[in-house]
Design a protein around this ligand. Structure first.
Ligand SMILES: C[S@@+](CC[C@H](N)C(=O)[O-])C[C@H]1O[C@@H](n2cnc3c(N)ncnc32)[C@H](O)[C@@H]1O
Length: 202
């Protein structure tokens, strides 16, 4: 039997600090996606904004390797996906304020009380995201799980560096549409409510 371990999945360089300007060639800020999964959003975003640098962090090596390969095959050298745990990777990224937009689509699928430590959207994660976001940059966190959305909202709203962009808790539409994640497209097709939180870096 042939077993592929995806050891070749791209990883961030070793070291305490990862300089995004050295990692991804090009000018301007970087768009950040956490947990791209099968990568429809990354591919859609890169097609719409081929000049914008794009960084995806995906914990599953297979998905990261496959997405990075597809991005390169489609001719988007400024869009990269690395096999990393975003919670561990974000604190290493520099420079501060280099992220011009960020998306976390349908995170934490396995959430159960005993897995709380593994949640992606934790306070430290939000603090690191806020450090990386440029003033005025938008952060989208969306999910179809209502109680999870409420918990994310509370955490996002408690971050002093972020402000909600809409009157209620949830936005009608993604600020990054028409680029959509696989799960987002499926939820729309299935008529599931999507709780979209759109915050701006002050
Ligand atoms: C439910 S899937 C959603 C995939 C995609 N965002 C979508 O909306 O179709 C969650 C994704 O987040 C990834 N993930 C989970 N924890 C992560 C972490 N700590 N760092 C990076 N990716 C993570 C999972 O491997 C999976 O691909």
């Amino acid at each position: 039997m042939h077993i592929t371990t995806y050891d070749h999945a791209p990883r961030l360089p070793d070291g305490e600090i990862v300089d995004l300007d050295a990692l991804i060639p090009g000018e301007g800020g970087v768009f950040l996606e956490v947990g791209p999964g099968r990568g429809a959003f990354a591919l859609g975003y890169a097609a719409l904004h081929p000049e914008t640098r794009f960084l995806a962090l995906e914990i599953r090596r297979k998905l990261a390797a496959q997405l990075d390969e597809r991005l390169q095959k489609k001719g988007f050298p400024r869009a990269r996906c690395f096999a990393e745990d975003a919670g561990l990777a974000l604190p290493r990224l520099r420079p501060d304020g280099c992220v011009i937009g960020a998306a976390v689509h349908f995170p934490d699928p396995w959430w159960k009380k005993r897995h709380a430590k593994r949640l992606v959207v934790q306070d430290a994660f939000i603090t690191e995201l806020a450090r990386l976001l440029a003033p005025g940059a938008l952060l989208l966190v969306q999910t179809d799980v209502e109680d999870r959305a409420a918990a994310y909202y509370e955490r996002l709203a408690a971050c002093p560096a972020l402000e909600n962009t809409v009157a209620g808790m949830y936005a009608e539409e993604s600020p990054f549409a028409p680029a959509r994640s696989n799960r987002e497209t499926r939820a729309i097709a299935d008529g599931l409510p999507i709780h979209r939180m759109v915050f701006r870096r002050r």
